[in-house]
Ligand binder design. Sequence first.
Ligand code: GLA
Length: 409
Amino acid sequence: MSELVSGPTWHPPSTAASAKTASALFTAAFGGEPSGVWAAPGRVNLIGEHVDYAGGVCLPFALGHRTWAAVRPRSDGQLRLVSGQLDEPWTGALADVAPGHPAGWAAYLAGTAWALGEEGLLSRGFGGIDAAVHSDVPVGAGLSSSAALECSLGVALLDLFGGGAGALDSPARSGLVRAGVRAENEIALASTGGMDQATAVHARAGYCLRLDCATFETRQLPFAPAGHGLAILVVNTNAPHRLVDSQYQDRRAAVDRAAALLGVPALGRLESVAEARSGLAAVGEEDPVLLRRVRHVITESARARAAADLLEAGRVAELGPLLDASHTSLRDDYALSCPELESAVDASRAAGALGARLVGGGFGGSAIALVGASAVGQVVTEVRAEAARRGLTEPSFLLAEPSAAAGRG
Ligand code: GLA
């Protein structure tokens, strides 16, 4: 395989190497040593896409690729933030954090510190921090690099200022899911739904989460594709995310509108498309676009429940048709695909993948393919060749191995 796929992202770098990189970045920026290094994973969603903000069911798992935060407390109320991958450093007071401020990547970190405070999860002794972050999660690839940022710093703050509440068995960890969502919704001004933060906080190595987004209850489902002679290949299309923010808002607004018209709290809980349609018709709503959005949410949540049943029965190899149907629904009913994702999905299937679909927000980012372990090289070759034939940006690849949640590195 190594002759086919090289580069830093195929397997995650070793924990020791990444922790050291974050520490070195810290020392170069601030001098001295950090109090510790914490990390949080990116994620792949096996199925159940664009249903988290509709109270549906999804099955995400954590990647081995993580974002690392080297952190040390301050006593003057300042937050000083640097990143190895992203833009300029940011310095400001906690009191300066407000909707839209700071902008860019620092919003996710400063927003998490602010939201943990708002949630009452930081002690009165909190007097600011120096933090240096280094990310092995590809940025802008639809693999949840923002939640990895939030949760890497979040577990650090819970450990340092929340009485050790960052520990894996601490009930206060659920507060970090809420805080991460608030950082995105209220400070970064991205109206995302919570799947990414729940995965970073609750994932377990060798498991997929069954996340019910109506209640945020989780169940751990064993998921070790390698044990079935299979792999989950991630194809990062490297396509720019086009219109992703405005289109995301648009889908979310459609879902909220349909739920309000139907008088239900969670569209993703409904089981019958026909009943939803007749309910909407009864209040005079027959917009075909809205009806397609509703059909996606209801059928996608049903597919995720069916996939969870397959995982529970150990029937991993039978997931393919559900993944394919998810992609069709996201492309046709939710209109989220783009030429790069179509190329990746078509070529994966043509090269023998059991199923393939776009993951994450859409309009670029990544696709996943369920592939026989011995066919991974062939699928990589074909996906790359097809992108070249269609004149598209060269994709990159990584292997998704269900990995552990955020914690001390
Ligand atoms: C993004 C958001 C998530 C979720 C997915 C689509 O990753 O952050 O909350 O809505 O898109 O499933």
